[in-house]
Design a protein around this ligand. Structure first.
Ligand SMILES: NC(=O)c1ccc[n+]([C@@H]2O[C@H](COP(=O)([O-])OP(=O)(O)OC[C@H]3O[C@@H](n4cnc5c(N)ncnc54)[C@H](O)[C@@H]3O)[C@@H](O)[C@H]2O)c1
Length: 332
């Protein structure tokens, strides 16, 4: 049985990550939470049955030999610093997305993982979402022919309600690096690194970052992927999340918007397959199960290699550069 310590116990750790670990425990699965650290003691109030810390340094010192890995859920600007510190102290690291605040920090994390021999994975939950995995397999298999184009959208009202660091572009990278990167990473994972991007963006709430972006990712053979993101528009509880991939012989469409869910595959001869059963979002559970399996069996995290997730940050940086230049094409 693996033992994990959580670092950062804010919204994603308390909700999604603890939810996944609770389910794993109830199934007598491979990992159990033993320690939790948050710099803010209020975040630890009411927790029982865990070793609790308000200092990462103290936790890393006192947990020597007691934990198999740490699960890092601190704000984005601390991902690299704390991941490297944990690996240097001898811990394997599962760290929330985005991998880090910029490409240089991502590279430092990769270097630290190589230097220490510790297993590092970015928790890109959408790589473990059944519908996204189905689409990726469909692209690989060629069942519907080659990809023609694709479109992703992700709109939610997170920015005004989230913790203040989200609205500081210096700390969070704005909607581009925080929210939109979920789609950018799926695009990287499904289609590879584009040859260029062009982006328009606008901002009213995020200081030094974009609230809203529209990007075209251009690939060889004139395949283009469009992605749209906004974290200020919706003033209701319902998010918009769509994925459409158009192939030579049909298309797939995922819609998780307005509290409804649909996933269909449609062929050019009119056959419609309803795949809504693949939409159950168990991605946080999936990412932990995958990471722990790699750890137990000494396997590389092939589905989410740091050497690949660094490119999602690189793509976002290129988008920001393009938006800063009024939509100019930026080559990757
Ligand atoms: N995968 C997803 O779907 C998803 C969703 C939301 C957030 N996230 C990512 O997770 C990360 C955290 O987001 P959040 O919404 O939970 O933020 P949050 O602000 O709610 O939580 C962060 C927590 O980290 C703690 N913290 C800050 N500095 C610390 C330190 N030095 N040591 C220990 N604890 C420290 C804070 O006190 C806070 O409790 C972000 O990088 C965000 O992009 C991912």
């Amino acid at each position: 049985m693996l033992k994990v310590g959580l670092i950062g116990f804010g919204s994603i750790a308390k909700g999604a990550h603890m939810g996944a670990y609770r389910r794993i425990k109830s199934e007598n699965g491979p990992v159990v939470v033993e320690a939790i650290c948050d710099i803010n003691p209020a975040r630890l109030e009411g927790l029982e049955g865990y070793r609790l810390y308000t200092s990462v340094e103290e936790m890393l010192e006192k947990e020597q030999g007691k934990l198999d890995y740490v699960d890092i859920c601190v704000p984005t600007y601390l991902h690299a610093e704390l991941s490297i510190k944990a690996m240097e102290a001898g811990f394997n690291v599962l760290c929330e997305k985005p991998m880090a605040r910029n490409v240089e920090q991502c590279q430092q994390m990769i270097d630290a993982s190589k230097r220490t021999g510790k297993l590092l994975m970015t928790a890109f939950c959408n790589r473990f979402f059944g519908a996204a995995q189905y689409i990726r397999d469909l692209i690989k298999s060629g069942e519907l022919g080659a990809v023609r184009n694709a479109e992703f959208s992700r709109i939610q009202d997170s920015a005004p309600t989230a913790n203040p660091w989200f609205l500081d572009g210096e700390l969070s990278g704005g909607a581009a690096l925080d929210l939109h990167i979920h789609d950018v990473d799926m695009i990287n994972w499904m289609f590879g690194i584009p040859k260029s991007v062009n982006t328009v963006g606008k901002s009213s709430l995020t200081k030094g970052g974009y609230d809203s972006l529209s990007t075209n990712f251009l690939y060889d053979d004139n395949v283009f992927v469009h992605a749209y993101c906004d974290w200020t528009t919706l003033k209701c509880k319902y998010n918009v999340r769509t994925i459409a991939v158009y192939f030579e012989k049909g298309y797939v469409f995922v819609d998780r918007s307005a509290g409804r869910e649909a996933f269909v595959k449609v062929t050019n001869d009119g056959e419609v397959t309803d795949m809504t059963d693949k939409l159950k979002f168990e991605a946080y559970y999936g990412e932990v199960m995958y990471y722990t399996d790699c750890l137990i069996n000494g396997k590389p995290v092939s589905e989410c290699l740091p050497e690949n997730t660094i490119h999602s940050v690189r793509m976002v940086q290129a988008e920001i550069e393009s938006a800063d230049k009024g939509g100019q094409v930026v080559n990757l």
